[in-house]
Write a protein that binds this ligand. Structure first.
Ligand code: IMP
Ligand code: MG
Length: 181
């Protein structure tokens, strides 16, 4: 059983072994699509860190990494609807095969903001990878190029995803139920 704080209830939705199997498949698709080329993975902090670490190690190509941080949910489960840059990239991405790596595509606000900014910097190609996709929540027409799992409208934590900064370290992706207040 995953560790739950206080009266929170966690229910396993995607087991670690299934995550790793799927990450391998996504990495092999990327390796095929960019055969003979270099890819530049940009992880969106902090949620994508575990996904990016596992994905990068399964990609059989020349590969470089960078990170970007944006403000999203804060302490609640709902998006503020506004996206703010907290940490920009270290490197120039002009001419690179960029893959933006996100933990989850939810409303699509974060991804559409980041894709717009990245595009202005003239990468050679620009793709989007996300471990999870909740298409039913979309407010912007964003489509991931590499998706791990499509899930229904449930709030999930673990394998990088948090609730108020907690639960990122769970190995499985779990559904989080908060105690009724
Ligand atoms: P979007 O801008 O609404 O697509 O949200 C993207 C960000 O919201 C993600 O990178 C997550 O940090 C957060 N998020 C969305 N859904 C969930 C969830 O179910 N659990 C944890 N974080 C989530
Ligand atoms: Mg978050």
């Amino acid at each position: 059983m995953p560790f739950a704080a206080g009266k929170d209830i966690l229910e396993v939705r995607i087991r670690h072994a299934d995550i790793l199997r799927r990450v391998k498949a996504v990495a092999s698709q990327i390796s095929k699509d960019f055969k003979g080329e270099r890819v530049h993975l940009i992880g969106v902090l902090k949620g994508a860190c575990f996904f990016l670490a596992d994905l990068a190690r399964e990609i059989n190509l020349e590969c470089s990494l960078d990170f970007i941080a944006v403000a999203s949910y804060g302490k609640t489960k709902e998006s503020s609807g506004q996206v703010r840059m907290l940490k920009d990239l270290d490197q120039n991405i002009a001419g690179l095969n960029v893959i933006l790596v996100e933990d989850i595509l939810d409303t699509g606000l974060t991804a559409s903001y980041l894709l717009r900014i990245m595009k202005q910097r003239r990468p050679k190609t620009l793709k989007m990878a996300a471990l999870l996709d909740k298409p039913s929540r979309r407010l912007r027409p964003v489509k991931g190029d590499y998706i791990g799992f499509t899930i229904p409208n449930e709030f999930v934590v673990g394998y990088g995803l948090d609730y108020a900064e907690r639960y990122r370290n769970l190995k499985d992706v779990c559904i989080l139920q908060l105690p009724a207040s």
